[in-house]
Design a protein around this ligand. Structure first.
Ligand SMILES: *Cc1c(COP(=O)(O)O)cnc(C)c1O
Length: 452
């Protein structure tokens, strides 16, 4: 055993870099880090390793400090072409939305104060008014995210009762969010009807008991059922429900407020049409195709929304002031008819092919390695339009010497990490999802990734 060859705590603390760190950071914390580093060195010796010297213990302490101080999440460049990428933080915000949340963060606000009367107000007033006007709903509520919107909705309306769901819609959305689990957590009993591929109006009708609280429809946002299929539309289901006094709750998932078919894609259900069809409550996310911050939105009939707003869980899932500010600013873009121009996800979706090709070519011109500009496809992603893609142009890197995995690793390791994708052993970079101001850091990352 070579424990006695280990440097002492004091000698590591006297090391120039560690002494400097102890000056700029909390000294007790740095001392703890030195002790931990020496402890793990002892562990290494026990397993047959050599004792590290003071220099290497000091450098591991400094590395720990640096890792801890790094701001997370870090900015990355999304060159995957997947517009709403959950692992990369979903929707980038519009300039107005960023400014609004900065403003709300900077000082005090009338978050829950009615400036006209000087009395207590509701944080929901403005966002509710915007959502009513955009979707045509009687009432609205913004909460933390769509998962909590559903949890709140089902708990408030159906705890201790039954909720009827088609077998094709008792799905997993991703990230451990499963419709049956949400129902169980809400204290409701799931009554699944129909089959995986076909469900009819009569299936819902026959499942109704005196204990039925709601029909739930869930948009299949991350898979597609093709072939011999049948499902019941919202309007038809509302008709059955109206006869039996049962509201239809509709999770539309991404909550596109614009028509996706206008951009050459399949039709994504919109909250507006669900409201028009008579749904009691409609749930959707703020940070998918709406293009705003993380939020969950409920729109629907006033009597139902009121039950949710008064439920104790509403307080537990309430939206914070920064998200509220940026959500409100994002919604305003829709009423001004400037969503396509101002909201980044819609700007990306509507970028013409020629502009994408031109941008990929300009990246290529800045590089000195074998590459080509090729036709490809980008996806919307993020639980919307499964399997749907848009025609795009990509820069395709020929990375024979290094191999695509190594190029991808180097790109992730850049000072501004770049996330790309691999197809047929080539690394592809899709300009659609790269913000205009990111060209410089992207090219820096590319140049150093492909050089030996
Ligand atoms: C994404 C999604 C959710 C979850 O929304 P979050 O805002 O991530 O909580 C729920 N339902 C559907 C259909 C979805 O697509």
């Amino acid at each position: 055993m070579q424990f006695r060859d280990l440097p002492s705590v004091d000698s590591v603390l006297a090391h120039r870099d560690v002494a400097a760190a102890a000056q700029s950071f909390d000294r007790d914390w740095v001392v703890d880090l030195v002790r931990e580093a020496l402890q793990s060195a002892r562990e290494q010796i026990r397993q047959g390793g050599d004792p590290p010297d003071a220099d290497s213990v000091a450098s591991s302490v400094c590395q720990r400090i640096e890792d801890t101080m790094r701001a997370e999440p870090r900015q990355v460049i999304n060159a995957t072409g997947v517009v709403i990428h959950t692992n990369l933080g979903r929707a980038p915000l519009s300039r107005a939305a960023i400014e609004a949340s900065n403003q709300a963060a900077r000082g005090y606000s009338n978050l829950e104060l009615d400036l006209a009367t000087g009395r207590r107000g509701s944080r929901q007033t403005q966002v509710q008014s915007l959502l009513q006007q955009i979707t045509g709903a009687e009432a609205a509520l913004a909460v933390n995210n769509n998962a909590s919107a559903m949890l709140l909705g089902i708990t408030a309306l159906a705890a201790g009762k039954e909720v009827v769901v088609s077998r094709s819609e008792a799905v997993e959305i991703g990230g451990g969010f499963r419709v049956p689990d949400v129902l169980r957590q809400s204290g409701a009993t799931l009554v699944d009807v129909g089959t995986t591929n076909r469900t009819y109006v009569r299936d819902y009708d026959e499942a109704v008991t005196e204990n039925t609280a709601a029909f739930l429809k869930v948009h299949a946002s991350n898979f597609r059922v093709e072939g011999f299929t049948a499902s019941v539309g919202t309007a038809e289901l509302v008709e059955v429900g109206a006869r039996r006094g049962i509201p239809v709750l509709h999770d539309v998932g991404s909550g596109s407020l614009l028509l996706t078919e206008k951009y050459g894609m399949a039709h994504e259900p919109t909250p507006q049409e669900s409201i028009k069809d008579g749904a009691g409550l409609v749930f959707f996310s703020g940070d998918k195709l709406l293009g705003g911050p993380q939020a969950g939105i409920v729109v629907g009939k006033k009597d139902l929304v009121d039950v949710l707003a008064r439920h104790p869980l509403a307080r537990a899932v309430r939206i914070d002031k920064l998200s509220l500010a940026s959500l409100t600013a994002t919604l305003v873009h829709y009423l001004k008819g400037e969503a396509e121009k101002e909201i980044p996800v819609w700007r990306m979706i509507s970028t013409p092919e020629a502009a994408l090709k031109k941008r990929a070519k300009s990246w290529q011109a800045g590089l000195e390695c074998p590459s080509s500009v090729e036709k490809s496809r980008s996806a919307v992603g993020g639980g919307s339009l499964p399997g749907e893609t848009m025609p795009s142009w990509v820069l395709s890197l020929d990375c024979q010497a290094l191999g695509p995995d190594e190029v991808m690793r180097r790109l992730r390791d850049s000072s501004t990490p770049v996330i790309a994708r691999i197809e047929d052993d080539r690394v592809l970079l899709d300009p659609r999802t790269v913000l205009p101001e990111e060209d410089g850091p992207l090219l820096d990352a590319l140049r150093s990734a492909v050089s030996d």
